[in-house]
Design a protein around this ligand. Structure first.
Ligand SMILES: C[S@@+](CC[C@H](N)C(=O)[O-])C[C@H]1O[C@@H](n2cnc3c(N)ncnc32)[C@H](O)[C@@H]1O
Length: 239
């Protein structure tokens, strides 16, 4: 790659981060308020478009058979009835309104394997390290204010050798039609409750996590599933 091309790519990367950070900075109050508005309609409006990602992530987790799973940003708990009953599931979310819906679902469906639904910030998880065999965050990283800090927290509470799974939307290239639309939508982030412009680099910087699988999902490759493995060496380093 020529240095001019590299420089122009770096410049575009910096512009994307500026768009994410300046326009789309969402504090906790804004997130709570956005999801207070979405909670009554979330399942009907977003359930179908996000269903494929949830299905794939839960399939991977269910293969494990048993163990403890932390679902970060559990929302209204759409995934909860689909986990194998042998798995113990704990969910956390910042929004009390979304959690209320999740609690109703757990009660209605008699999901006794869901042992906790807690109001908690993903960037400051109140669990000791290595508490879970699997940690999953679906459609959450584009919403949180500090994605890098959240990735470090997901890694911390996952046991060495365990998996951290993400399902997420990442921005398309600037030159594509989708990229063009996303950049025009960026100023709406606060109202939407998620960032239309979000670079995959923001979830790739956690040293303890190795990316072992990445796939685009329907519809139209709009979402991506990523599976990271926490380094077993982290056990020795932390011991
Ligand atoms: C787009 S919804 C996804 C909900 C669910 N994972 C699903 O698949 O339907 C994003 C969720 O992340 C939650 N969230 C946003 N920031 C958070 C944070 N810092 N800590 C915990 N949850 C957060 C929101 O309250 C919301 O319920």
């Amino acid at each position: 790659m020529t240095s001019r091309l590299r420089a122009s790519r770096n410049e575009r990367g910096a512009q994307a981060v500026a768009l994410e950070d300046d326009v789309a900075r969402m504090d906790e109050a804004a997130i709570r308020s956005a999801y207070k508005r979405w909670a009554p309609f979330y399942d009907n409006m977003f359930g179908w478009v996000t269903g494929e990602g949830r299905k794939h992530a839960v399939e991977i987790i269910n293969e494990r058979g048993q163990g403890r799973v932390l679902e970060v940003g559990v929302g209204t708990g759409l995934s909860l009835p689909t986990y194998r009953r042998q798995l113990e599931i704990v969910g956390i979310d910042l929004s009390p309104d979304m959690l209320e819906k999740a609690r109703e679902r757990v009660a209605e469906r008699g999901l006794t394997n869901v042992t906790g639904l807690h109001e908690m910030d993903a960037s400051e998880l109140e669990f000791p390290e290595a508490s879970f065999d699997t940690v999953v965050a679906m459609y959450v990283m584009t919403v949180v204010s500090e994605p890098e800090k959240v990735m470090a927290e997901l890694a911390r509470v996952c046991r060495p050798g365990g998996d951290v799974l993400l399902v997420n939307h990442f921005s398309a290239d600037d030159g594509s039609m989708r990229g063009w639309v996303e950049r025009r939508m960026a100023p709406l982030a606060g109202k939407l409750g998620w960032r239309p412009v979000f670079d995959v680099a923001r979830v790739m910087g956690c040293g303890d996590l190795e990316l072992i699988e990445r796939r685009s999902l329907r519809p139209l490759g709009l979402f991506t599933i990523m599976r990271f493995r926490k380094a077993a060496a982290a056990l020795a380093a932390g011991a």
